[in-house]
Design a protein around this ligand. Sequence first.
Ligand code: NAD
Length: 332
Amino acid sequence: MRIAFFSAQPYEKEPFEKVNENYKHEIDYHESILNKKTAVLAEKAPVVCVFVNDKVDADTLKVLAKNGTKLIALRCAGFNNVDLKAAADNGITVVRVPAYSPYAVAEYTIGLLLSLNRKIHRAYVRVREDDFNLNGLLGHDLHGKTIGLLGTGRIGGLVAKCLKLGFGCEVLAHDIKPNKELEKFGIQFVEQQEVLAKADFLCLHCPLTPDTEHLVDEKLLASMKKGVKIINTSRGGLVDTKALVKAIESGQVGGCAMDVYEGERRLFYRDLSNEVIKDTTFQQLANFPNVLVTSHQAFFTAEALSAIAHTTLKNVSDFASQNNDPSVIVKN
Ligand SMILES: NC(=O)c1ccc[n+]([C@@H]2O[C@H](COP(=O)([O-])OP(=O)(O)OC[C@H]3O[C@@H](n4cnc5c(N)ncnc54)[C@H](O)[C@@H]3O)[C@@H](O)[C@H]2O)c1
């Protein structure tokens, strides 16, 4: 099938072309992000392939439907950027890659947590500048600390086991559908309030939905232990960034590591190093010494890219033969 592939990055072409040798789809790679203005690029493509920051809202879907698009193939797990009702109203099916490598994201989460705690990112910069002093780099043992997790699905479950079994942390988790298997490893499921009250570090692993948007707001932050550190590798919209900035200024939050940001669509995956970034909330956040921000890269391993290409192209072929596995179809 003909696929209009939006937000294409150079590192995606190779794995997709390799896997496509088996599927023989016709892929048109477009660097542009998908939105209502760029949707015309998909003209006559029955399939539109999108990533996390493409804007698949009602206006975009209307243009796509008019041009003959029948399938939105997300090459990611999250689908918060797609208006599912508008897709259904326009007769467009939506499929995704529910799991490609939870290890990629879980391992990256641990990396961010370790770096934030021991300030490895700051030490790296200092040594490059021949500054070998340790003032300001003091960390804490993770052993015995309490880690709070919101969401214990594929990724959160791996993070929980790693921190409990590998580092000897106390892990307190909350999930609307607790994964009781994790209790075998000593991970305790408690109410969200208890997680918040006791956590030294809070890791976010629940999806972004209307229920979880700005879950981490001023009130939630105020209910946490003073000096708590927050790690978010899920979706930026889970956190009210303005409230987080205030909480860092006041010392209520002792630092954060963010792989995602609610306004990332305007920033991430582009080289803006010669531009003045006009998002002052982001600038404020990223410039605090106790904050580490990366550009939505937790998924970014060779294994994950290959798995994403396999599932995405299989989803397209299965759609052509009306044979999609129900687990990949996203419904309202
Ligand atoms: N940074 C990245 O590169 C990257 C890559 C992949 C996935 N992600 C994000 O990670 C998230 C988690 O992925 P996953 O594969 O573990 O998903 P998953 O569906 O396996 O697990 C999500 C868990 O969150 C729980 N949950 C839902 N609402 C909740 C709430 N209000 N409070 C507590 N728990 C709640 C669900 O019951 C489920 O157990 C995805 O939604 C996606 O947004 C980020």
